[in-house]
Design a protein around this ligand. Structure first.
Ligand code: PEP
Ligand code: MN
Length: 370
């Protein structure tokens, strides 16, 4: 059960104290309080965990500081979408709003290689009006002898160049909790010219200690990639780990499932799950067509499979697209074969816009018939 208090309720308010006194007298119930400090107001939610079926919501609702009580009707207590639950499904980070109603393209390098390529990438994004990118510094590789990413060495120029070209959010994977501090420190040193969204990759989704560490910090939002070989429920529980530790600014990313049935795609594209995640949770949903499709193959209509997969996600209501680009895919150190070329960016964006408009028309049509 979730008790939502009126905005800006003070902890010293006698009515708040009356409520907490009542709650602490309840048997077999653990209380956890979460505060969301926004720019306009402070929102307080109290989570009651345990045998909540016995509780009478109307009694709790009668306390003056209580705005409303939400009964948790399914799993994922914090990030889940419950019955009559109108808690927000968006958040803001570094001036950019991420929600179940927004759409962002996060195009960039799978792995940072040279400052020149980072600069040309960022400049191209800025020239096309984009504010988000992806930049891999710490790379989880299957083969220990493969390039592991430049790590913290590249952070100073990546952050400085992002600032120079007005890029506000960089999706950057981390593979170890000490990288949280490295990124925090490098951003500080650079004078915070940009922001970072911490990506947790498909391989680390059940690294529970990493999830807890990333969840405990509230500086960076999180982009969590679905596990490629576990159930959706297990992946959503991983997201809930982040929120249960305190960080609920989480975007859930579909990136395809590992199975030979997806051949010749690298993974089996799972973008039909976009509306499913939006129904089950309040998280914005990202799609990663690059790691799903994994090639630059085209169909007889001349359109790349990767673009076909992208618009399938967008027309189903995806809120973000994480996609590999490279100024010269042939020399990319990782995942060159799936990277789009910079000159393909306007085509890619136009394709997305067509699909987004179609999605909006579909929503209008649905509203007409319901
Ligand atoms: C990536 O986005 O660079 C990546 C490694 O993705 P995934 O975790 O989905 O394999
Ligand atoms: Mn990659």
């Amino acid at each position: 059960m979730i008790i939502i208090l009126h905005p800006d309720t003070e902890k010293t308010d006698p009515n708040y104290l009356k409520l907490t006194e009542y709650l602490s007298g309840l048997h077999n119930i653990t209380i956890r309080t979460h505060e969301e400090i926004g720019t306009q107001q402070i929102l307080t939610e109290i989570y009651l965990i345990g045998d909540t079926k016995q509780l009478d919501a109307s009694i709790i609702e009668s306390f003056e500081v209580v705005e409303r009580v939400v009964r948790v009707s399914r799993e994922y207590r914090i990030l889940g979408r419950h019955k009559d639950d109108n808690r927000p499904s968006h958040f803001e980070y570094n001036g950019v709003r991420f929600g179940q109603d927004t759409m962002h393209v996060c195009a960039g390098l799978c792995a940072v290689d040279t400052p020149e390529n980072v600069e040309i990438m960022m400049k191209t994004l800025r020239d096309h009006g984009l504010q988000c990118t992806r930049m891999g510094a710490y790379k989880p590789r299957t083969n220990p002898y493969s390039f592991q990413g430049h790590g913290k060495k590249c952070l100073p120029y990546v952050f400085e160049l992002a600032g120079k070209y007005d890029i506000r959010v960089i999706a950057m994977e981390i593979t170890h909790d000490n990288q949280i501090e490295e990124i925090h420190e490098a951003l500080l040193q650079a004078g915070k010219p940009t922001g970072v969204m911490m990506q947790i990759g498909t391989r680390n989704i059940q690294n529970f200690e990493l999830l807890k560490s990333v969840g405990r910090q509230k500086e960076f939002p999180v982009l969590l990639k679905r596990g490629f070989g576990i159930t959706l429920e297990e992946s959503l529980n991983a997201a809930e780990y982040l929120a249960s530790e305190g960080n609920r600014n989480v975007i859930f990313c579909l990136r395809g499932m590992k199975t030979n049935f997806g051949d010749p795609h690298r993974n089996l594209v799972d973008f039909a799950h976009v509306p499913v995640i939006k129904r089950m949770t309040r998280m914005p949903v990202c799609i990663d067509p690059s790691h799903s499709v994994g090639s630059r193959n085209t169909s007889p209509d001349q359109i790349l499979d990767l673009m076909h997969a992208t618009v399938q996600g967008v027309i189903a209501g995806a809120n973000m697209i994480l996609v590999d680009f490279h100024p010269d895919p042939g020399i990319a150190l990782i995942d060159g074969p799936q990277a789009l070329r910079l000159e393909e960016l306007p085509w890619f964006l136009e394709d997305i816009q067509i699909a987004r408009e179609a999605y909006e028309m579909r929503c209008k049509a649905a509203a007409k018939y319901i």
